[in-house]
Design a protein around this ligand. Structure first.
Ligand SMILES: [Zn+2]
Length: 487
């Protein structure tokens, strides 16, 4: 029996856990907002949703960032995580849990249980690991961390160092995972990313180092039964998706209800971890696999990756400050593709804001509500009843099934456009003077339009949707424009 049939449709969605070694950027903001839209949508449809986000805290990056900021690691983490949470609050992110991998009570038991299961499967084995060790960092670096072969922070070439640590037999699972992705037992969206991971699996995965010598890393979960080693990032970070649900603890209610995940949302840079390493761990541990992984692209600016040196970084907080968080949610939902790289510039943001929100939605709401209020014409009771129902969502289900959140918003704005055009054609503000009966019918139709728009707007712009609903129920025009035009 599937999870759905057993429990009556729960929906479990996750963001990746974010590194608290810097503030969140637009990419994180997009991932989280996208998840929030899915979470709200499924809740509105009456499903029981669990939405998980969190922070990946057991990393030397964090230790270093704390050192640079001259505070102890724990205080540093608490401060950064509270910054994440306040950004999410501003954006209206309706997560159910924020998991922190430094949480020894919540997270570590799941990691230990996962490790023990991999051991039981015979999939962890001590071998020789060769890595690039930076003395200044007191940590292993990867080729990607180096600039011209030198550690950019310490100006020194790392030493090639050999240590014994535990390897996970990832190679063993290449063909099984390949088959599960080919048959969509794990759906990878979009197709281009599915092809990419299938090509990787076709070449075969290599076994990977799964622990580090405890004398070289200062954070992380100790390997059960071998305190000379700590569990490296994969076993620790990826396991958050089940540890957060109580896996490995006595309280497995959430785990039993919500695992396997319906949707992991990830950026394309972490596709391999989620579509190869994570399923292999789950197979080895004899646990169910996630149903789908949505892989979104980067947000570029002016056609280039955002970077300090190019000076094209757009700060999420600055955008929220200038335009309000609902406008930011709107832009991300409609103009960032869930599948491909998308561009964002301040000029484009402003143009979209003025055209779609100030002149579009905001203006439509003002016009219709003004006609209704001034002429004392109320929405039909049967239309107002729609606020309590969920059948309107059926009209946008097909977009959500295909993960095309942006097209769902497109469809909503065609409705806004149609309403605008109909007002131009019917001119009820003129007819009212000569044929009140006809104008009354027309205005009620426009109020019905607004009702439909505000209901469908809920997953994307919950606050705006609520404001429109309130205006309709009170039959009032907004005192101030919903979106003030920016010059
Ligand atoms: Zn270094």
């Amino acid at each position: 029996m599937s999870k759905q049939e057993e429990k009556g449709k729960p929906f479990y969605i996750t963001t990746p856990i974010y590194y608290p070694n810097a503030n969140l950027h637009m990419g994180h903001e997009y991932t989280t907002t996208l998840c929030d839209i899915f979470a709200r949508y499924h809740r509105l449809k009456g499903e029981e949703v669990y939405f998980l986000t969190g922070a990946d805290e057991n990393t030397e990056k964090v230790v270093r960032a704390a050192k640079d900021a001259n505070i102890n690691t724990k205080d540093y983490l608490d401060e950064t995580v509270s910054g994440f949470k306040s950004l999410f609050k501003m954006l209206g992110i309706s997560y159910d849990q924020f998991i922190r991998t430094s949480d020894e009570e919540k997270h570590w038991p799941g990691v230990i249980e996962m490790w023990n299961r991999l051991v039981a499967a015979g999939d962890l084995e001590k071998r020789e690991y060769k890595g690039l060790y930076c003395v200044g960092h007191e940590a292993f670096l990867t080729e990607k961390d180096l600039v011209n072969g030198v550690c950019p922070d310490h100006g020194e070439a790392p030493q090639e160092l050999t240590e014994e640590n535990y390897f996970f037999k990832l190679s063993k699972y290449s063909s099984e995972i390949k088959q599960k992705i080919e048959t969509d037992e794990i759906r990878i969206i979009p197709q281009s990313r599915k092809n990419e991971i299938l090509a990787l699996l076709e070449r075969g995965l290599e076994d990977i180092s799964f622990s580090r010598s405890a004398d070289k890393v200062s954070v992380g979960v100790p390997v059960p039964g071998d305190l000379s080693q700590r569990i490296y990032v994969w076993g620790d970070a990826l396991t958050n998706y089940i540890s957060a649900l109580g896996f490995g603890t006595k309280n497995g209610d959430l785990y039993n209800k919500f695992w396997p995940a319906d949707l992991h949302v990830v950026g394309k840079d972490i596709l391999r971890f989620h579509a190869a390493i994570w399923p292999a761990m789950l197979l080895s541990a004899k646990l169910p696999l996630p149903k789908a992984i949505l892989v979104h692209g980067l947000i570029t600016s002016g056609g280039q990756k955002m970077s300090k040196s190019l000076g094209n970084v757009i700060d999420p907080l600055m955008l929220i400050d200038e335009y309000g968080h609902e406008a930011v949610r709107y832009y991300l939902a409609r103009y960032v593709s869930p599948f491909e790289d998308s561009d964002l510039t301040l000029e484009r943001f402003k143009a979209v804001y003025n055209a779609d929100l100030a002149n579009g939605l905001g203006n439509l709401v003002s016009r219709i509500m003004k006609m209704a209020e001034v002429n004392n014409i109320k929405a039909l009771e049967r239309d107002i009843e729609l606020f309590k129902k969920t059948n309107l969502y059926e009209q946008i289900d097909s977009y959500f099934v295909e993960f095309k959140v942006n097209e769902a918003v497109d469809s909503l704005w065609s409705l806004i456009k149609r309403a605008d055009n109909d007002i131009q054609t019917l001119e009820p503000f003129k007819t009212i003077k000569v044929d009140r009966k006809k104008a009354e019918v027309d205005i009620k139709v426009f109020l019905a339009y607004l009702i439909e728009i505000s209901i469908k707007l809920r997953p994307f712009m919950p606050i705006t949707a609520g404001k429109i609903e309130k205006l309709i129920k009170e039959n009032k025009s907004p005192e101030a424009p919903l979106f003030v035009r920016k010059d």
